[in-house]
Write a protein that binds this ligand. Structure first.
Ligand SMILES: C[S@@+](CC[C@H](N)C(=O)[O-])C[C@H]1O[C@@H](n2cnc3c(N)ncnc32)[C@H](O)[C@@H]1O
Length: 261
């Protein structure tokens, strides 16, 4: 197992306000490391950075030489009385974690207005594309097309908030997109929050990575049919989630990692 990165996921990363929880962070780590081990190169991109929780995970796992593109509107208003901006908090988090943001690889703006060349020109074709920006149908449709147009043959798209009842248009957007491209794309992994997709030729490869990853052994692996693909659904039983939450709330963050071994 990856002691150092696991410690980072369960402790340091949780100090960044944001939305990737340890189970998906462990999936990101397993996939990115497998790509590196098999020389499946390419850039990494995220739409919807917020304060950088997923971005700093990319930095930690992939190292400082990897090209990681951060795309966000960076216009979230801060609490009354605070002068610091969303963008400044993102940069400050990088300095605090000793994972400085490469500001040449930040796009501040509306992702739905971006062209694939603007991404490929900065980081090359993408090996991993995380979509977690606007959560309405037109955002999801545009972001999905953008990601696919930049994707390396072996690239992965990770869609956030799929099947979350709070964001029904994400579900519609992602399922429309995948149903129309069943001949080309395949889902290989699903978690409580995210859906992981690649080109069909790489489905078995990534599925095996998830099946065999030592860091994912804590989860039940349940085979699930989804739009013509056999995906592994990583089930995280409620009892474990409760123990984890109790440990975090009682200040035992560092030890909470053991719950997921
Ligand atoms: C749920 S947060 C992302 C959480 C983040 N991925 C993490 O790991 O913590 C959604 C982000 O999407 C950004 N966003 C919303 N609409 C956008 C758009 N049209 N273009 C770019 N970013 C957008 C918001 O500013 C916000 O920071």
């Amino acid at each position: 197992m990856n002691g150092d990165i696991r410690k980072f996921i369960f402790k340091d990363l949780q100090t960044v306000e944001g939305y990737i929880d340890p189970p998906d962070a462990l999936v990101f780590m397993a996939l990115l490391q497998a790509q590196s081990a098999h020389s499946l190169s390419g850039g990494i991109a995220e739409i919807g950075v917020f304060y950088g929780r997923s971005y700093f995970l990319f930095k930690k796992v992939c190292g400082s030489t990897e090209k990681i593109l951060a795309i966000d509107l960076f216009d979230i208003e801060q609490k009354a009385g605070e002068t610091v901006t969303q963008y400044r908090r993102f940069i400050d988090n990088g300095e605090r974690l000793n994972l400085p943001v490469d500001q040449d690889l930040v796009i501040s703006g509306d992702s739905t207005q971006l062209q694939p060349d603007e991404i490929v020109g900065k980081i090359g074709h993408t090996r991993f594309f995380s979509i977690d920006g606007g959560h309405m149908l037109h955002h999801v449709s545009a972001d999905s097309m953008l990601a696919l147009s930049t994707l390396a043959p072996h690239g992965i798209i990770a869609f956030d908030d799929t099947f979350n009842p709070a964001w029904p248009e994400v579900t519609v957007g992602v399922t429309d997109f995948l149903r129309e491209r069943q001949h080309e794309l395949a889902t290989f992994c699903m978690t409580k929050y995210k859906t992981y997709v690649c080109r069909k030729q790489f489905h078995d490869f990534y599925r095996r990575i998830i099946d065999d990853a030592a860091d994912l052994r804590a989860f039940d692996h349940v085979e699930t049919d989804f739009l013509g693909s056999k995906a592994v659904r990583l089930h995280n039983p409620i009892a474990r989630r409760m123990v984890y939450e109790m440990m975090v709330r009682s200040g035992m963050r560092a030890l909470s990692e053991r719950v997921y071994r």
